[in-house]
Design a protein around this ligand. Sequence first.
Ligand SMILES: [Cu+2]
Length: 113
Amino acid sequence: MKIRIGIIALLLAGVASLPLAAKPMADIEAQKTTQQVSHQGTGKVVSVDRAKLRVKLAHEPIKSLGWSAMMMDFSVSDASLLDNLKAGDAVRFELRQLKPDDLVWVIVKIERR
Ligand SMILES: [Cu+2]
C-alpha cells in the first residue's frame, strides 16, 4: 500500500513538473527567434575601418528589407569579421538588429563570394 502511494506520488510529480518546466522555456525560445530576424545581402567592399568596426559596402538590393542598391556604412558585431576583408572584395553578408525595434542593422556574418 505504501509503495503504491509512493509510485502514484512520483507519477503525479512527474506529470505536474514537466509542463511547468517545459512551457516557459519554449515561450522564451519562440520569442528569441521572432526577435532575431536576419536578412541576407550581397555587395562589394568599398572600405574597411577596423578601428571603428565598420565596413562601407556598395550593396545590391535587399528585397526582404525593401532596400534598393546603395553605398552605406555598416557596423559589425565582432572585430574578427573584418579580418580578411579588403576594398574590392565581393561579399555576401547577414544583417541583424541588436534590439528588436532598432532601426540599425548590424553585420553579424560576412564572407567573400
Ligand atoms: Cu543600404
